[in-house]
Design a protein around this ligand. Sequence first.
Ligand code: GDP
Ligand code: IMO
Ligand code: MG
Length: 458
Amino acid sequence: IWYNTERQRIPEIPEKAEMPIYLQKRQKRMLTSITGINWGDEGKGKICDLIAPEFDCVVRYQGGNNAGHTIVVGDKKYGLHQVPSGVMYPDCVSVIGNGCVVNPAVLLEEIDMFEGDGISTANLKVSGNAHVIMPYHVDLDGAYEELLGKNNIGTTKRGIGPCYQDKMARIGIRMQDLMDEATFREKLEIALARVNPQLERIFDMPAYTVDQICETYLPMAERLRPYICETGLLLNNLVEEGKEILFEGAQATLLDIDHGTYPFVTSSNCTAGGAVTGSGVGMKNIDRVLGIMKAYTTRVGSGPMPTELDYETSDEGRTLTEVGHEYGVTTGRRRRCGWFDGVIARYATRVNGLTDIALTKLDVLSEFDTVKVCVAYDCDGVRYTSVPEHTAAFARAVPVYEELPGWKCDITGCRTFEELPQAAQDYVTYVENLAGCKVSFVAVGPDREQTIVRDWNK
Ligand code: GDP
Ligand code: IMO
Ligand code: MG
């Protein structure tokens, strides 16, 4: 047997001890999907960690360690790449679903970090069908980027694209293959017969041997074995038991391989639909989709971004970057910043079928006398109120702005919507109307506590 059947058993899930009042109001059991609205880093980790106590299970359904989700609790800060943000609550089952790609070394590092901090990972489950990121995927990611030259995607160079490429070509190596040495060696041999000539002849990089990779991967496989499980079965059993599940998206709508700004995207379906294929849970079960939307726009990597403000020449752009600490959790790169883009917000509402929005980092806008919001694009003289499908049009989109009054005061201590200054309330209502979806949470700081729960359980 290639993995521990013990892990297939549904763990006992105790009743939640201390449930915050706002969470107690809920009438109905439901499965919720969280998804990023823009180009990532909207604060998915923070919101997921905030609402995780409502759920019995949190599932990552796509992406790999290209994600960097920050959780701040008091003076402790965690940057998670592989494990779901529910891991902070050991009673909550954390699942890395079949739609994910997994770097075993990074996953083990995170497990060790949590165990070292006294946070148990006993309830972490990893799908036997998730694909394994191999060292050559990382090499090829860098090599392909170099080949693209000035047209590079600006990937995280974590091997995500090449790993998904192998998956789609049906030659990938899955976690279950890694659990059986003979299968792993056999699959690896075939993979290297294809990869090594590429590395050596095209990119002038060193080749790999089967033994060399086995030496590092097989010991990691042994450590990961207790976590591997048929997560599709586990999740559907939880659904049948009436347990509540939260799906935690990584990346975001405009980085989605189908609905994003292709080719400047990641290699998975980050939009809400990915929760279904990436987990094995049927879509009739998901009755709420929560989009995480920043109060302004950021992007890491290449590709068009209509509202971008140049860091070097725009004071406003620099203020957003520095006040918002807009530096990547995964690669440390400075994020490109710009004003809120209402066209993207509306698009994301449609593509994901949003029922709720969490508007994050509103506190960062407290710096400004007035705040701009993009309400439409002008593309070569044509007005667009939806994201143009044609890449060239989107690349030339000039934002049409509305200017709203700022509030110029510290809002990080506000805990109810009414405590926000009127101008900040008006801003939230304005973007809500633009997006066409209600804003149920407003985040006013990085800490779990710094959140206004406005309209979540109604
Ligand atoms: P994710 O990838 O969507 O989970 O987001 P990241 O963690 O990459 O980036 C979001 C950053 O903003 C992190 O540093 C968070 O701690 C921080 N953050 C989240 N919400 C807020 C907020 O409302 N205000 C401020 N100032 N920071 C926030
Ligand atoms: P979270 O989950 C922001 C971007 C990269 C690059 C493109 C493709 O923290 O929001 P990849 O390595 O996936 O092939 O890179 O996608 N990217 C992200 N940008 N946040 C992320 O994750 C990202 N994951 C990938 O910068 O432009
Ligand atoms: Mg991030």
